[in-house]
Design a protein around this ligand. Structure first.
Ligand code: ARG
Length: 300
C-alpha cells in the first residue's frame, strides 16, 4: 500500500495572501527558463548590445540562478529548456513563444541571429504536452505579447509585425490590442509594460492591472493605455532606463531590477511586494527578468 492513502494525499498549497493585509494574493506560476551557459554578446541587435565589451558568463549564470531560485522559493514552478551552443540569446525565453490554455504559438524571429531558436522552442512545447501552432507572421513571442486579463496587448514597431497581431487573435480567439513602440531602447513590449495581475485567481480578470513607461509609446498607443488602464502605474523614465518594467509578477510578488527604486515604491504603495533580483550581466544583451521568463499557461 502506498504510504499516503487517498484522503491523506497532500492538497495543492493555497495561494499565499500578503501578510500585510493588502488583499493581494500570490498565484502559482509555471515558467520556462534557459540557463545562460552560452551567454555572450557576439552581435548587436538592440542598442544595449556592444560586442566589443566583455561579458562574464559565470556571472550571468550566477545571477540567473538567483532569479530561478527566487521563483522556486516563492512556490513557483520552473521548467528548463536545454541551452544550445551558438545561440547566446536563448536565455531570453520570453521570446520562445506565447502560451495560453495549453496552446503554444511558436516564435518567428525578425532578427536572423535568433532564428535557430525557433525549432528548439517549438520542439520543447510539443514534447511537454502543448499543442504547437507554427507561426506564419514575424513576431517575437511573449517579448511582444502580454496577456492582461482576457486581452492580449501586442507590440510592434521594432520586432513583431502588425500582421502577427491578427494571427495572434485568430490563434487564441481573444481581443488583441496593438501598441506601437517608438524608442529603440524599448524594442520589445515587455521592456515597456509589466503585467501586475496575472489572469488566474480571485478577481484576477477584473483587477488585471499594468505598469508602463509612457515615453516608450506613440501618442495613439499612449491614449489607448490611458483609457483602458486608468489605474496603471506610470513608471518614470529613470526606472524605465534600468529595465524596471521588465518584471514578472504573481499578483503579489513583483520581481524587479533593484535599480528601479521609484517603481518599487509605487508598487509598495499599491500593496504589491517588490522582490529585487539583479540581472545586470544579462542587461548587456538587452534583457532582464521578464525576458528570461516565459509563462506556461495550461496543459498537463
Ligand atoms: N538580445 C536579445 C534580443 O535582442 C534580447 C531579448 C530580450 N527579450 C525580451 N523579451 N525583451 O533579441
Amino acid at each position: 500500500m502506498s504510504p499516503l492513502s487517498q484522503d491523506q494525499a497532500p492538497v495543492a498549497a493555497a495561494p499565499a495572501a500578503d501578510p500585510s493585509g493588502s488583499g493581494r494574493v500570490a498565484q502559482h506560476r509555471r515558467y520556462l527558463m534557459c540557463r545562460p551557459e552560452h551567454f555572450t554578446v557576439s552581435y548587436r541587435i538592440n542598442p544595449w548590445m556592444e560586442p566589443a565589451n566583455p561579458t562574464d558568463t559565470a556571472k550571468a549564470l550566477a545571477q540567473w540562478q538567483v532569479l530561478h531560485d527566487t521563483y522556486v522559493e516563492l512556490g513557483h514552478e520552473v521548467e528548463l529548456i536545454d541551452p544550445v551552443p551558438g545561440l547566446p540569446d536563448m536565455v531570453y525565453t520570453a521570446n520562445g513563444g506565447f502560451v495560453i490554455d495549453g496552446r503554444a504559438l511558436g516564435v518567428r524571429f525578425r532578427v536572423e541571429e535568433r532564428r535557430g531558436e525557433e525549432r528548439p522552442f517549438m520542439d520543447w512545447f510539443a514534447a511537454h504536452g502543448f499543442e504547437v501552432v507554427e507561426p506564419v507572421e514575424v513576431q517575437e513571442g511573449e517579448g511582444d505579447f502580454l496577456l492582461v486579463g482576457d486581452t492580449i496587448l501586442a507590440g510592434t514597431g521594432f520586432r513583431s509585425v502588425g500582421d502577427s497581431h491578427r494571427e495572434l487573435g485568430e490563434v487564441f480567439g481573444r481581443e488583441v490590442v496593438s501598441l506601437r513602440l517608438t524608442d529603440p531602447r524599448f524594442y520589445h513590449l515587455d521592456t515597456a509594460i509589466a503585467v501586475l495581475d496575472p489572469v488566474e485567481g480571485p478577481g484576477g480578470v477584473e483587477r488585471a492591472n499594468i505598469a508602463y513607461l509612457p515615453s516608450a509609446f506613440d501618442d495613439a498607443s499612449r491614449a489607448i493605455l490611458e483609457e483602458r488602464y486608468p489605474d496603471a502605474i506610470r513608471v518614470s523614465d529613470a526606472d524605465g532606463a534600468v529595465f524596471g518594467l521588465n518584471a514578472a509578477s504573481d499578483g503579489l510578488n513583483v520581481f524587479i531590477s533593484p535599480r528601479a527604486t521609484g517603481f518599487a515604491e509605487q508598487l509598495r504603495e499599491r500593496g504589491y511586494r517588490p522582490v529585487p533580483v539583479d540581472l545586470s550581466e544579462l542587461l548587456l544583451g538587452g534583457g532582464g527578468i521578464k525576458c528570461c521568463t516565459l509563462e506556461l499557461r495550461g496543459s498537463r
